[in-house]
Design a protein around this ligand. Structure first.
Ligand code: ATP
Ligand code: LTN
Length: 334
């Protein structure tokens, strides 16, 4: 008989803190879509994580709906994969509580994201911001994920998830799969258009620093025109040319052209022509996503159905893990 090899499991999440940027798309979401063919994928809009920083309720609600619809518009298939909103599966918060009793204060104090975010929001250093990585561990371990696609910035959190899983397994036997990070070598790292030494971030206060995937064509072209470059004039990938390097990696990611091809294409032309080309190519690349998003956004009923389906599938998968945990720690499962 032919052996049935089950697909490896993937889990990843994105915070609905603002409209995803071109950085989120080229660095992460584009891969989420690709991975669906070869893995059993679960993708979450992690709204519970997002309230570690104060959010306006009406805006948050809009952003959850928008981020979820955008995932589908980009090509996440709600039938093939599981696409759900984190707060729709109550087991994340339940497991997070349990795991917090197996995580040390010292470990959480060493998390660089906690240090950065508490420096950024000194008026609101809440316990949730501190235990954020425990909830992230719960997200991953509940689904017995083998692989977790994340950017470099999340590697430390993933290490902690692994430590928590190993610690729990050492006490209670094999309960959790110990997850590995999945950081594709080819994933683009997109920098801010205003300060190319910083990453493009959806919570950047300067609107010219990032391209939202929902920006219209004129806005995209205008933002690229204003992108910070250098005093040189040659379109060439080289050290010290962070601005141009960033624009080249965006152009390469959206057109599929190599750096060599790009250098040849703009040989003898100036930065102005190049910036315009990057803007136009980016707008062309985002146009079908925006059209599909507009179609989905007008169909609230369909989105709600997908959210429900995602929540049901997520809950069913995680129930087994949580019940096992409850039994192992000595709770009575009825
Ligand atoms: P925030 O500004 O709210 O912290 P963010 O833009 O950094 O948000 P996240 O929600 O933290 O985005 O990350 C979602 C995914 O996008 C992660 O996998 C992250 O590694 C990736 N990502 C974020 N910014 C970039 C970027 N500039 N280039 C490439 N990938 C990115
Ligand atoms: N912390 C992540 C978002 C996130 C996540 C997860 C990513 C929350 N839970 C589980 C992977 C797996 C971020 O800010 N990018």
């Amino acid at each position: 008989m032919e052996e049935v090899i089950s697909k490896k499991r993937i889990f990843s999440g994105i915070q609905p803190t603002n409209t995803p940027t071109l950085g989120n798309y080229l660095g992460a979401l584009i891969n989420w879509v690709k991975l669906q063919d070869d893995y059993e994928c679960t993708y979450s809009i992690v709204d519970l994580h997002s309230i570690t920083v104060r959010q306006d309720p009406a805006k948050l609600k809009k952003q959850i709906l928008e981020s979820y619809s955008l995932l589908l518009a980009m090509g996440v298939d709600p039938e093939k994969s599981t696409a759900f909103v984190q707060s729709h599966n109550c087991q994340h918060a339940e497991l997070a509580w349990i795991l917090s009793c197996y995580t040390q204060f010292g470990e959480l104090s060493r998390m660089t994201q906690f240090k950065d975010k508490s420096a950024k929001h000194p008026e609101n250093i809440n316990a949730g911001l501190f235990t954020y990585p425990v909830l992230m561990a719960a997200d991953i371990l509940l689904y017995q994920a083998d692989l977790v696609p994340v950017g470099q910035d999340q590697k430390q959190h993933l290490e902690l998830s692994r430590d928590i899983a190993v610690r729990f397994n050492n006490i209670y036997g094999d309960v959790f799969k110990v997850p590995d990070p999945y950081i594709p070598k080819t994933a683009a790292k997109i920098a801010s258009l205003q300060d190319p030494t910083k990453k493009m971030s959806k919570s950047d206060e300067n609107p010219n620093a990032s391209i939202s995937v929902l920006d219209d064509r004129d806005t995209i072209i205008r933002k690229f025109k204003r992108a910070v470059t250098d005093s040189d004039t040659v379109v060439k990938y080289a050290e010290g040319k962070d601005g141009i390097n960033n624009l080249m990696s965006i152009y390469s990611a959206v057109t599929g052209k190599t750096y060599e091809e790009i250098e040849k294409e703009f040989d003898g032309k100036g930065y102005g022509d190049f910036k315009l080309a990057v803007g136009e190519a980016t707008a062309d690349r985002l146009a079908p996503i925006q059209a599909e998003y507009a179609r989905l956004a007008a169909d609230k009923k369909y989105i709600e159905e997908c959210m429900k389906l995602g929540a049901e599938k997520a809950f069913k998968t995680t129930r087994k893990t949580l019940q096992k945990v409850y039994k192992k720690v000595g709770f009575i499962v009825i």
